[in-house]
Design a protein around this ligand. Structure first.
Ligand SMILES: Cc1cc2nc3c(=O)[nH]c(=O)nc-3n(C[C@H](O)[C@H](O)[C@H](O)COP(=O)(O)OP(=O)(O)OC[C@H]3O[C@@H](n4cnc5c(N)ncnc54)[C@H](O)[C@@H]3O)c2cc1C
Length: 394
């Protein structure tokens, strides 16, 4: 640790994105401190598959592999999917992606958030270049020319050349740094549950657009599927209040019985959906990554994938600046990071937003576009490749 400045980098928030950045930087020789209010709940193989799962794109799997945590995640419990099928309730046409067409083994993997966090946390604890401050919470921050200081709830202080806010959608540090957001409430909730279906999931991630709603079935390693059913608020309250058998019947119909009837369901949970984009990613000696910088609609399953790309890009520009003897936390390196990631994140967020608006609309001209859009994308090779590449994080 540099005595005068403090740490090289302080990362606030050890969710999937903050933890991945911490490991990435520590492995590159940076002196890192991580501030987190609570350790993640432990993951145990004998426990039920947790309700919160994410679809990890190949770029995310690559990153976790380079951080030496993917092997233990995949050995514990992860389900690869080799096909993806998207279709619409209001119009003919469908979009199908196959891993084989792209020359890859899997389009992605469905993994429990809790398992990813557990493995990352173990790696953080084991890394000699990482100081973990947990439980701890930031209450104030101040900056001068060459460092930023964090004041914690116990009145202790942490100084670092660079502070990274990775403390999630409601980032307190983003607010403390005076960075605003533009927000849109989708007035929707995503209902999640794991369900057993009459027929196997065929290693496929399925997505159906419905009037005002989207429904995904994501394959799990025990043969069940994890559903993400994004519906308007009032519809969410109604669906959550149904007993299991009525819920299974409605879910089966909404999914067009693609996998037969729904045989069983776990308890359901629901998450409010919003779009939230930080107005800028930078303040003096501070930057935002992950959900602290961008919260997107889950219809494309990209939130954490975008965040992990932030972590990868930020680590890359910091290493490059340090290796060329520049101030890695000075403006130039960070502006390079912001330029690259903010445009990609905004483009993705607006693309998901547009898809959400088109498919949420029941107005006829838009409804007519829906099937046509899917068919066109499916038939035009380069366009389809563009979608596939983006989903894969290439
Ligand atoms: C229903 C649903 C389905 C989704 N499905 C997918 C999917 O399939 N694929 C995908 O890529 N994404 C998906 N997402 C999005 C994904 O879950 C998020 O993008 C991801 O969890 C964000 O990770 P993060 O590390 O940036 O933030 P978080 O996971 O929110 O982590 C933030 C961390 O900061 C800590 N923290 C909070 N406050 C403070 C504080 N004041 N000080 C210090 N630390 C603090 C928290 O304890 C936590 O550890 C989905 C989201 C939803 C709602």
């Amino acid at each position: 640790m540099n005595r005068r400045i403090g740490h090289d980098v302080a990362i606030v928030g050890a969710g999937m994105v903050g933890a991945a950045l911490a490991l990435n930087l520590a492995r590159a020789g940076f002196d890192v401190v991580v501030v987190e209010p609570r350790p993640p709940p432990p993951w145990r193989a004998e426990d039920e598959i947790d309700l919160r799962v994410v679809a990890l794109a190949p770029s995310s799997v690559d990153l976790l592999g380079r951080l030496d945590v993917w092997a233990s995640i995949s050995a514990a419990r992860a389900c690869p999917y080799r096909h993806m099928q998207v279709w619409d309730a209001l119009a003919p046409g469908q979009l199908r992606f196959d891993a084989a067409d792209q020359g890859i083994a899997a389009l992605g993997h469905i993994v429990e958030n809790r398992l990813i966090q557990h493995m990352l946390w173990r790696a953080l604890e084991a890394d000699p270049h990482i100081a973990l401050r947990c439980p701890a919470q930031v209450t104030a921050t101040e900056t001068d020319d060459d460092r930023r200081t964090l004041v914690l709830a116990d009145d202790s202080r942490i100084a670092a050349r660079l502070v990274v806010a990775a403390d999630g959608a409601d980032s307190a540090l983003r607010t403390l740094a005076g960075i605003g957001t533009s927000d849109r409430d989708y007035a929707q909730r995503a209902i999640v549950a794991h369900v057993a279906t009459e027929r196997p999931h065929e290693d496929t991630a399925w997505q159906r657009f419905l009037p005002g709603a989207t429904l995904a079935f994501l394959p799990l390693s025990d043969g069940r599927s994890s559903i993400v059913w994004s519906v308007p608020e009032t519809e969410a309250s109604r669906l959550l209040a149904l007993d299991d058998s009525a819920f299974r019947a409605e879910l089966g119909a909404a999914f067009d019985f693609r996998l037969g009837i729904i045989l069983a369901t776990t308890a359901r949970a629901a998450f409010p959906l919003r779009l939230k984009l930080a107005e800028r990613y930078l303040a003096p000696r501070l930057t935002l990554i992950g959900d602290a910088a961008h919260v997107v609609h889950p219809l494309a399953g990209q939130g954490v994938n975008l965040g992990l790309r932030d972590a990868n890009e930020l680590a890359g520009v910091l290493v490059e600046a340090r290796d060329s003897k520049r101030d890695f936390a000075g403006g130039a390196a960070l502006r390079q990071f912001e330029r690259r990631r903010r445009s990609d994140n905004a483009l993705s967020a607006h693309a998901f937003d547009t898809i959400q608006r088109v498919f949420a609309s029941e107005a006829m001209p838009l409804a007519a576009l829906r099937g046509a859009a899917l068919t066109v994308v499916d038939r035009i090779g380069p366009l389809k490749r563009l979608f596939a590449d983006h989903a894969a994080g290439r």
